[in-house]
Ligand binder design. Structure first.
Ligand SMILES: C[S@@+](CC[C@H](N)C(=O)[O-])C[C@H]1O[C@@H](n2cnc3c(N)ncnc32)[C@H](O)[C@@H]1O
Length: 283
């Protein structure tokens, strides 16, 4: 029987050459998953023998990873905001850059009993973090995908986060969930990829739900609907914040009409404008 260390090395060598991959790390994570070990137990006994069943499962993971299945779909989880979230092929794998959206949402959220709406919640990562960080806020999270909502609900349960999940095409079915006066904050990491770009995305990204990524011919279609919907569901002075793709911020800012002010874009650590925000005026 091979040891954990020997198998981890074998996996690393098999994963070498995959683009955007740390083969040693991915091999270890897949082996931990196959063997049911956390990191501490893995490093505690690297010379432990691995059963043939675990070895078979591990090598099957490595084969699927080589075939372009995202690591997070194989391990079934991904870290976001230092919390572990369940992911499945029904949801977008939460990205580190989306933490900027959370950071800005926390900066703009009124302290106290605010109503915050997330459109396109996917795994629920953003909504769950907001619920954890703002325990007095009421968080309503919508997604058009019922299967994504199942994963999101699991994540909320796992982290003890109070989030109301609603199956909804943007704001369409949120009527009774938002107070008549409007929400304080609307946040979204929307689909923003242009349809023509889809075939050019890395194969691994194309394993994620197309609907989570592609907005339409220009990539701005969902954002335009988001701005229109948020305009009717925010209270005066409420803010809309959403993530944009590289090079989209200026065009996205141009979609706000005179009912909005304080339009601004925020850069991530690489200097890329990632989050757009605007405030709903009184009229
Ligand atoms: C880019 S993903 C964001 C997922 C998650 N919030 C995150 O940041 O990891 C966009 C999400 O919008 C959802 N979506 C797509 N079209 C939608 C629509 N018309 N109404 C509501 N949600 C939609 C997708 O199912 C997907 O979960």
């Amino acid at each position: 029987m091979s040891s954990l260390r020997e198998l981890a090395i074998r996996g690393r060598d098999l994963l070498r050459g995959l683009p955007r991959t740390d083969p040693a790390l991915e091999s270890r994570l897949l082996l931990q998953k196959a063997a049911g070990l956390d990191e501490i137990r893995f490093w505690a006994l690297p010379e432990s023998p691995v059963s043939p069943t675990v070895e078979r499962v591990f090598l099957a993971f490595v084969r699927r990873r080589r075939a372009g299945i995202p690591l997070a779909y194989l391990t079934g989880e991904r870290e976001f905001w230092s919390l572990t979230f369940a992911v499945s092929p029904d949801v977008l794998v939460p990205r580190p850059e989306t933490e900027l959206l959370v950071e800005k949402a926390l900066a703009f959220a009124p302290r106290g009993e605010a109503v915050i709406v997330e459109i396109g919640t996917g795994s629920g990562a953003v909504a769950v973090v907001l619920a954890k960080e703002l325990p007095r806020a009421r968080i309503v999270a919508a997604d058009v995908s019922r299967r994504a909502l199942e994963t999101a609900r699991r994540n909320a349960l796992r982290h003890g986060a109070a989030v109301t999940f609603v199956a909804s095409d943007l704001f369409r079915s949120l009527g009774g969930r938002i107070p008549p006066g409007g929400a304080d904050l609307v946040v979204s990491n929307p689909p923003y990829v242009a349809a023509a770009e889809w075939p050019t995305l890395p194969p691994e990204v194309r394993r994620e739900p197309r609907r989570a990524l592609v907005a339409g011919p220009t990539g701005l279609e969902f954002i335009a609907r988001l701005i229109a919907g948020a305009g009717s569901h925010l209270k005066p002075g409420g803010r809309l914040l959403f993530e944009v793709g590289r090079g989209q911020a200026r065009r996205a800012l141009g979609l706000f009409d005179s009912r909005w002010d304080c339009r601004e874009a925020f850069k991530d650590l690489r200097g890329i404008c990632r989050v757009v925000a605007a405030r709903r005026t009184g009229f």
